[in-house]
Design a protein around this ligand. Structure first.
Ligand code: GLN
Length: 492
């Protein structure tokens, strides 16, 4: 029999419902895998006892023919989601010992629907990064390696624990968050599916804030069907998040397999970057051909503001972060320095010790662009350009239904290769940040491999709240790309 932990979430759900396996068996299979996969460093906290308790409760429901849509399915949770009574760190030293007294809306909805928590996944500190190298808890390793080359590679970031764990089958699916690309880029680098929903589709309540006007939670999964199932449980209006939108959550799984014939697919010429590997260019062309073969109409479009997206993002995101992170002062929770004389030196030394270099860089940039003398020149101007980026997408979506681009400008890279070069690191998100700035949904689907055997993804962007059309397109891409290779289990 195949290992239970090799099933997709959908297969596992069906096997649990038909009682051919129990949640406890599935949970133990994953806990064993997690233990043997220690070298990947995907988890910060493994909640084995809690998982087995939740699994037993699920099994009781399943035995009576009851339970929610994902009853008994073991999940990994990015350590940015507050989980009641379970250490929540945002991968930062400053949140040492933080055991929230409340549960984030997203995770509480997953438990409502029957999910089982395996533990908390590693990530970049406060979700700032593209390689998971800024975590206080150490690097996460990508289960994929270049053929014939032992160099440890990044699983992407900031949701690197989520992408690595799903690619290595350490959980049936994972939660993740995306402020500038942190769901889609790691998905692209690990041959997993990542969905960033429309801003407002998923509640941010109880998710440690990075940049509140850009942050959005979504799933990283093994395939498109699993992403549809996860998003349905994660999404929905929440009175506790005033930016969450009161619209019914569709059954995303129901649209999978529906024809994409007649859909108009936009191909923006500005996403053709100088110096982009030829293989990514080629894969994009293949993706265009697949959609055409499926009956879509391909439309060349232009999004000239794209070139300003990264600079705008690196003003807006740090500005919001500098404000959001002002709360970490060592007073009520988290790390507090031993080295202080008065309240001011307590704040200063706590923050100096508690935050890593990248987080400090963002706080410095953020306070600078918001300061009296520079607010108009940077922050206000960035907000104006952000509006133009939004308008450009609105205009594009009056002509096309979906936009197809590469997900990331490169395949997985070696640890340390970009960590001393913030500009190179920031370029990882060149294709994804536009979606956050405009608030539109975007997804990465595994589409092929480079010459070293490393995964590459393609991105679909859609109209606000039109995740259904996006899922239709994603499924069509997945069917055409037929990516089925798995990473070798070199760590086991
Ligand atoms: N890589 C981007 C950053 O460092 C985006 C991170 C994210 O989406 N959380 O800010």
């Amino acid at each position: 029999m195949t290992n239970i932990a090799d099933l997709t979430l959908a297969q596992l759900r069906d096997a649990l419902k038909s009682k051919s396996i129990t949640s406890l068996e599935a949970t133990d299979a994953y806990l064993n895998r997690i233990e043997s996969a220690n070298p990947l460093n995907a988890f910060i906290t493994v909640t084995g006892d809690k998982a087995r308790e939740m699994a037993k409760a699920s099994d009781e429901k399943l035995a009576k023919g009851e339970g929610g849509p994902i009853e008994g399915v073991p999940l990994g949770i990015k350590d940015l989601f507050c989980t009641e009574g379970t250490l929540t760190t945002a991968a930062s030293h400053i949140l040492d010992g933080f055991h929230p007294r409340y549960e984030s809306t997203v995770t509480s909805q997953l438990w409502r629907d029957g999910g089982v928590m395996l533990g908390k996944l590693n990530m970049d500190e406060f979700a700032m990064g593209s390689s998971n190298e800024t975590s206080f808890y150490g690097n996460v390793i990508n289960p994929w390696k270049r053929e014939g080359d032992e160099t440890p590679l990044t699983p992407g970031g900031s949701s690197g624990g989520s992408s690595s764990a799903v690619a290595a089958r350490l959980c049936a699916a994972a939660t993740a968050t995306d402020t500038g690309g942190s769901i889609r880029q790691p998905a692209s680098l690990t041959a997993t599916v990542g969905v960033k929903p429309t801003y407002g589709r998923v509640s941010r309540w109880g998710v440690v804030a990075f940049a509140s006007s850009l942050d959005q939670a979504g799933p990283i999964t093994q395939d498109v069907r699993d992403a549809a199932i996860m998003l349905r449980s994660m999404a929905g209006h929440d009175p506790k998040d005033s930016t969450s939108v009161d619209r019914p959550v569709p059954d995303y799984e129901a649209v999978l397999g529906q024809s994409v014939k007649g859909l108009k697919i936009g191909v923006p010429k500005e996403y053709r970057l100088d110096g982009m590997p030829a293989e990514i260019e080629k894969l994009w062309a293949e993706g265009i051909a697949w959609m055409k073969d499926a009956g879509c109409e391909i439309v060349d479009i232009s999004l000239p503001m794209t070139k300003y997206a990264l600079p705008v993002y690196y003003i807006v995101a740090p500005a919001e972060a500098s404000s959001n992170l002002a709360r970490y002062d060592g007073v009520k929770y988290g790390h507090r320095t031993d080295n202080y004389e008065d309240i001011l030196s307590m704040y200063e030394n706590t923050r100096a010790e508690g935050f890593g270099d990248e987080v400090k860089r963002r706080i410095l940039i953020g306070t600078y662009v918001l300061s009296a003398g520079y607010y108009d020149a940077y922050y206000l101007r960035a907000q104006k350009v952000r509006k133009k980026i939004f308008d450009e997408f609105t205009d594009a979506f009056s002509k096309v239904d979906l936009i197809l681009t590469p997900s990331a400008p490169s395949a997985a890279f070696g640890l340390g290769e970009k960590s001393n070069d913030p500009i190179q690191m920031y370029l990882n998100d060149v294709f994804t940040v536009t979606g956050n700035l405009a608030g539109i949904p975007g997804a990465s689907v595994p589409a092929g491999f480079d010459k070293n055997g490393l995964p590459l993804g393609l991105q679909l962007l859609a109209r606000p709240f039109d995740e259904e059309t996006m899922f239709k397109g994603m499924y069509a891409l997945e069917q055409a790309a037929k990516v089925s290779a798995r990473p070798k289990e070199w760590w086991a």
